[in-house]
Write a protein that binds this ligand. Structure first.
Ligand SMILES: [Mg+2]
Length: 376
């Protein structure tokens, strides 16, 4: 099987409701996933997606689209998409870094590997350890009343844990988390995510207030680059710490481990450079006793499905819910992924590859640009 063309599709998809994140990011109103279709000489089509957010991931939708069009897609034309070793060598020699751009093609090639072998991707990766996974809900910032109502809404959907976005004023955030805790009951797993919003003193101020709310995890308290600072917070804070923005590549994973800065890795398959790179980071984490929280950017169903297949094969899985409802936040799901979400859990897709169908008419409605790169 050989790659004959790569279609790069730029999109702009509104969120159903603006999402308030830490003061670093402000309100998110739209997401701009980049979708790829990798076409082959035997008629298979592989789907890939990547979901950059410049302030978070460094790469932006515009840089990703440019690098895919100019460097990465032309490099893999005529290659065998099922040989992921050669695909990645080719991508890495075409351009350094740009993990999120590479992730889209990586995903599409794994989709083709599964389709060509007639197996869902989790089987290609060695087999599923689970039939389904519990979902973690999430709420953004807002007033205490808004947060309590939103938190109850997430619990009523049947989700098994809740991530509360903080990272603004530490006292107001702390009071909001205490109110959410009261409304959900003392045993419901509560995760707080500051998205780099605090400095070290404000992180400790927040920790002192929320201690009685007993969060099961505190994610990315401070600046992504200050891994020593995160390690210092972890030593004193008394609850587990996860890294998200600090964990882009394998090199970052090694650094976080060396400085003993995290108990949990917040994995996002496109942020981490695609399926192959994500599997390597997970294996490193496993060898060091670090658990994996499957998290998501604001993603559509292709990325979510890639993440799900990996999670189904992961033994060092974080014991609470995982972020698998992202397309439900958006104006539309461009795939049929969301049909796998039932009663607060997500089920393993059964059909070959990523196991999803693209809804072409929906994609068409949100498309902002298309470019096809073809072999001569
Ligand atoms: Mg996070």
């Amino acid at each position: 099987m050989r790659i004959t063309s790569v279609e790069i599709i730029e999109t702009r998809i509104p969120l159903k409701k603006p999402y308030k994140l830490s003061k670093r990011y402000g309100y998110l109103e739209n997401t701009k996933p980049i979708i790829v279709k990798v076409n082959t000489d035997n008629g298979y089509v592989g789907y890939g997606e990547t979901d950059p957010l410049g302030r978070f991931t460094g790469e932006t939708p515009e840089t990703v689209a440019a690098v895919l069009k100019e460097d990465l897609a032309p490099a893999i034309l005529k290659e065998d998409p099922t040989n992921l070793h050669i695909i990645h060598e080719t991508l890495d020699s075409a351009v350094r870094d740009n993990h999120m751009a590479k992730a889209a093609l990586d995903m599409a090639c794994y989709d083709l590997l599964g389709k060509a072998s007639g197996m869902p991707l989790y089987r290609v990766l060695g087999g599923a350890l689970y039939e389904e996974l519990p979902i973690m809900g999430a709420i953004g910032g807002g007033s205490i009343e808004e947060s309590v109502a939103a938190a109850r809404g997430e619990k009523e959907k049947g989700y098994h844990s809740l991530m509360v976005k903080v990272g603004g004023d530490p006292v107001q955030d702390g009071e909001r988390v205490l109110a959410v805790r009261d409304s959900l009951g003392k045993d419901y797993p509560l995760i707080v995510d500051a998205n780099q919003g605090y400095d070290i003193p404000s992180a400790f101020k927040f920790i002192d207030i929320v201690r009685e709310a007993n969060p099961v995890l505190f994610e990315q308290p401070i600046d992504a680059e200050n891994i020593e600072g995160i390690a210092a917070i972890r030593k004193k804070c008394g609850f587990p710490i996860s890294v998200d923005e600090s964990l882009l590549s394998y090199r970052h994973a090694q650094e976080v481990i060396r400085l003993e800065a995290a108990d949990v890795f917040s994995i996002k398959v496109c942020k981490n450079g695609g399926i192959k790179a994500t599997l390597q980071i997970i294996e490193l984490a496993r060898s060091k006793g670090i658990e994996i929280l499957f998290n998501s950017m604001i993603e559509e169903g292709i990325t979510q499905s890639a993440s799900l297949h990996i999670a189904l094969t992961t033994s060092n899985l974080y014991p609470f819910g995982h972020a698998y409802f992202s397309p439900l936040r958006l104006a539309a799901d461009i795939t049929d992924y969301s049909t796998n979400i039932v009663d607060g859990k997500v089920r393993a897709p059964r059909s070959p590859g990523l196991g999803i169908t693209l809804r072409e008419d929906v994609l068409e409605a949100f498309k902002t640009g298309t470019k096809i790169i073809k072999a001569n």
